[in-house]
Every structure is written in structure tokens, then in C-alpha cells.
Design a binder for this molecule. Structure first.
Ligand code: ADP
Length: 176
């Protein structure tokens, strides 16, 4: 039975899960899967922020996300500007974020307070990382991949392949 049918008479509970996802890891995918169980629909949104330097272009990040997310109640897309405005544009009642460590908490606390100020209608929902992903970050993945280490346990196979391709090109350039 589709979720729309279950929700007849009540509003669809939609959430956004915004991030840089540069690139997506199993830690992000775990949050996506758990959010998809909590909400009727989840928009996983890749931030297109021209000021933040990323390894992958927004289109590459979106492609990797689309090839990794399988749930039928999840839409992967890009957004720019304020996340609360993007949430409102999708009729989302919540913004999901993941928490790994105390350091995440501090940054998320500030971001959450700012978002609440901008639009109190969008509830911030924090999902604590699963134990096996608590150390996992896109930065660690990029650092290890840049030095030729294997990242197969941390990212889906197509993402690992793209990382290898990206860094072999950089290596090729350095040697030239
Ligand atoms: P940001 O959006 O801050 O640039 P990311 O794109 O890496 O960072 O992450 C998006 C969201 O996913 C953030 O809320 C971040 O804390 C969370 N996240 C990242 N890695 C993990 C992980 N291993 N486990 C749980 N949550 C994570």
C-alpha cells in the first residue's frame, strides 16, 4: 500500500536532509534510511554552495547520491540558498541532521538555533550516528583516498571508483 494511501485524511510528513555530501558515505546513507522510516517522504538535498570548495561538483555529488539511494520515498536533488527556505518550498515539516561527536553537536546547535530563528515551523531532527559510522566523515574518506588507501568499507562501490579516478588524475598531473 502506498504511503499516500495510508496518509489519506492527514498531511504527508515530509523532511529534508541537507548536506554537502562530498562524497556520500555509508554514514550519510544510514541517516537517509532511518529518516525514510520516520517520514513519509525525505528530500536528500545536495548543497550547491559556490563559496565552499568541494572535491566533486554538485552534479557529481548528486549522481553518486542517486546511484546509492534506493528507498522509494526518497528524492535526491540539489538546492542552494537557505535550507529552511528550501524545506518550506517542499512542504517539509522537519530538517534531519546527523550527530557523530560532541564537536558535531556544537556546530549543529548553532545552525539549529539560526534555523529555528529563521523559520520555527521547520523542526530540527537529530539522528545519532550508528556506532560503526561514528568516526566516518567525507573528509577522512577523501584524505585516505588521496593517499591511495582503500575506502571500500566506507562508501558505495561507485563512489570509491570515482574517488580513485579523481585522485589518479590529480596524481597524473603532479607527475607531469
Ligand atoms: P555538512 O552538511 O556539514 O557539510 P556533510 O555533508 O558531511 O556535512 O553531512 C551532512 C549531515 O550528515 C550532517 O548533519 C552530518 O553531521 C551528518 N553526517 C555526516 N557523516 C555522518 C556519519 N558518519 N554518521 C552520521 N551522520 C553523519
Amino acid at each position: 500500500m502506498s504511503r499516500d494511501v495510508i496518509r489519506i485524511g492527514g498531511a504527508m510528513r515530509k523532511a529534508i536532509y541537507p548536506g554537502s555530501f562530498d562524497p556520500i558515505t555509508f554514514g550519510h546513507l544510514d541517516i537517509v534510511a532511518r529518516a525514510a522510516r520516520l517520514f513519509d517522504h525525505v528530500y536528500v538535498a545536495v548543497l550547491n554552495n559556490l563559496e565552499k570548495k568541494t572535491l566533486f561538483t554538485v552534479q557529481e555529488r548528486l549522481e553518486m547520491m542517486r546511484s546509492s539511494v534506493t528507498a522509494d520515498n526518497v528524492t535526491c536533488e540539489t538546492f542552494d540558498g537557505l535550507a529552511v527556505e528550501y524545506a518550506a518550498s517542499r512542504g517539509a515539516m522537519a530538517m534531519v541532521r546527523g550527530l557523530r561527536a560532541v564537536s558535531d553537536f556544537e556546530a549543529e546547535f548553532k545552525l539549529g538555533a539560526a534555523n529555528r530563528h529563521l523559520n520555527p515551523q521547520v523542526e530540527m531532527v537529530y539522528l545519532m550516528t550508528s556506532n560503526e559510522h561514528s568516526f566516518l566523515s567525507s573528509s577522512i574518506v577523501k584524505e585516505v583516498a588521496s593517499m591511495g588507501g582503500t575506502v571500500d568499507d566506507w562508501v558505495p562501490a561507485p563512489v570509491a571508483a570515482r574517488l580513485r579516478e579523481k585522485f589518479s588524475r590529480v596524481e597524473g598531473r603532479n607527475q607531469a
